[in-house]
Design a protein around this ligand. Structure first.
Ligand code: UDX
Length: 459
């Protein structure tokens, strides 16, 4: 028998909603809290505030096990666990801004003060927070409790980092590679293990995944290690991509093909084949922010320079510039040239534009005097709001390509692999050029349609 918990999730962003819906799916009673009333009323009507394949249908199946409210305080009294999933935006110096986490912690403290709970409230940090934040949250809960009472609050703190990717968030939440929980007490670790039991044992009912079910590793650590583990995982993946991008630049110089190199090294199980796609580099809401936060944690220590992380970021920034140099090499001046960006979101299957290379590239092209046109299967409207003036957004790929001196594949949406290249060539300015920032298209097919192809990391 699986124990059923009453859980509150604070912050209805990507992580919060997917976590809440997944916990409801495995049988717990969940209430999701967000201070944004507009977002909440949309959710109660079943509208999801971001693009995530399959998530709307999944949310609708939760029924009464998933509720929404803007009122944090009353809900705290009713639940066994609180998951903090508010955002931790990047501050000016790169460090994570914890003000949203702090507000939630203080409020929890105020509610807990003097309330005579039978069991301690388990406060779980799922937001990505700097190492030491578990203790910081405990301090703020006690501060909140002191504001309204004697400071007595019955709670325990845990860290449960989230590894879900946008675009496959639901899958990553229900079929994770591992679940990580950090806490200083056995009781907390045991409660979280019991909460996640249906996922650990893969015993919940699902039509989503046909794989044979195997137990999911449940990793328990102290608080600081769980917090560091999340940063280290993202920094390692970002490093892997910057590494292959460095190799890809060397491949171009020596006349080698990065695709073959990546395939060959990836077969070594110590290396692994994933996250070795060369191109214009990483973006999104996690890698840039988390690598910056890790660097800023390192810089807090006098005299320590995180050399590898600095290089990982520098390589990534340089990859964006390579797009511009490739265009300049082929088209010479970019003044008056029409350049089409195919894909605007930071990766496929999301409408997220955070740290999207498209915006940086559009900005650079615009300042060099080019006319920039962009198309994206889902992020068009969001881009229009973010980039007035520097980029014209259209809603049909062929309209975007009409009259273009060059097209740049910025996001590897499947749709672009299925483009009618002959039609594209006939619409583009002659001779047409395609810079494939994701090495997503087949060189031979592009060239057979009469379009010059320039990828990343081919000699
Ligand atoms: C990432 C992590 O994967 C996830 O575990 C974490 O919790 C949040 O950050 P996400 O940002 O959604 O998830 O995207 P992901 O699929 O990991 O891609 C990150 C970036 O790397 C994208 O910009 C993508 O285009 C780029 N990338 C990925 C490459 O350039 N090459 C690759 O081989 C893989």
């Amino acid at each position: 028998m699986t124990e059923k918990y009453r859980v509150m999730v604070v912050g209805c962003g990507h992580v919060g909603l997917v976590t809440g819906a997944s916990l409801a799916h495995i049988g717990h009673q969940v209430v999701c809290v967000d201070k944004n009333e507009e977002r909440l009323s949309a959710l109660t009507e079943g509208r999801v505030p971001f693009y995530e394949p399959g998530f709307g249908e999944f949310l609708a199946q939760s029924g009464s096990r998933l509720q929404f409210t803007t009122e944090l305080a009353p809900a705290v009294r009713e639940v066994d666990m609180v998951f903090i999933t508010v955002d931790t935006p990047q501050g000016k110096d790169g460090s994570a801004d914890l003000s949203n986490v702090a507000t939630v912690a203080r409020t929890i403290g105020r509610v807990l003060s003097g309330s005579h709970r039978e069991h301690p409230l388990i406060v779980v940090n799922k937001s990505t927070v700097p190492v030491g934040s578990g203790d910081y949250v405990s301090m703020l809960i006690r501060d909140g409790a002191e504001e309204v009472g004697d400071g007595n609050a019955n709670f325990l703190v845990a860290s449960n980092p989230e590894f879900l990717r946008e675009g496959t968030a639901l899958y990553d939440s229900l079929f994770p590679d591992r679940i990580v929980v950090g806490a200083d007490s056995r009781e907390t670790l045991d409660s979280l293990r019991a909460l996640y039991k249906p996922i650990i044992e893969q015993s919940f009912s699902t039509e989503l995944d046909p794989r044979p079910k195997v137990a999911i590793p449940f990793v328990t650590t102290d608080l600081a290690s769980a917090e560091m583990l999340k940063y280290a995982a993202n920094a390692f993946l970002a490093t892997k991509i910057s590494f292959i991008n460095e190799i890809s630049n060397l491949c171009e110089m020596v006349g080698a093909d990065v695709g073959s190199v990546a395939y060959g090294i990836g077969l070594d199980r110590r290396i692994g084949s994933r996250f070795l796609s060369a191109g214009i580099g990483w973006g999104g809401s996690c890698f840039p922010k988390d690598v910056a936060a890790l660097r800023s944690m390192a810089y807090e220590y006098e005299g320590y320079q995180p050399m590898l992380l600095d290089a990982v970021v520098a390589v990534n920034e340089r990859q964006r510039k390579h797009v511009i140099s490739k265009l300049q090499r082929e088209l010479h001046t970019l003044k008056g040239k029409r350049i089409t960006l195919l894909g605007l979101s930071f990766k496929p299957n999301t409408d997220d534009l955070r740290e999207a290379p498209s915006l940086k590239i559009a900005h650079a092209l615009h300042s060099l005097g080019a006319r920039v046109v962009g198309y994206d299967p889902v992020a068009g409207k969001a881009t229009m709001m973010r980039s007035p003036g520097m980029l014209k957004v259209v809603f049909d790929p062929y309209e975007a390509l009409a009259g273009a001196h060059a097209a740049v594949v910025v996001t590897d949406w499947d749709e672009f692999r299925a483009l009618d290249l002959e039609r594209a060539a006939s619409l583009m300015h002659k001779p047409p050029l395609l810079v494939d920032g994701r090495n997503a298209l087949d060189v031979r097919e592009v060239e057979a349609a009469g379009i010059r192809y320039r990828g990343f990391g081919h000699g």
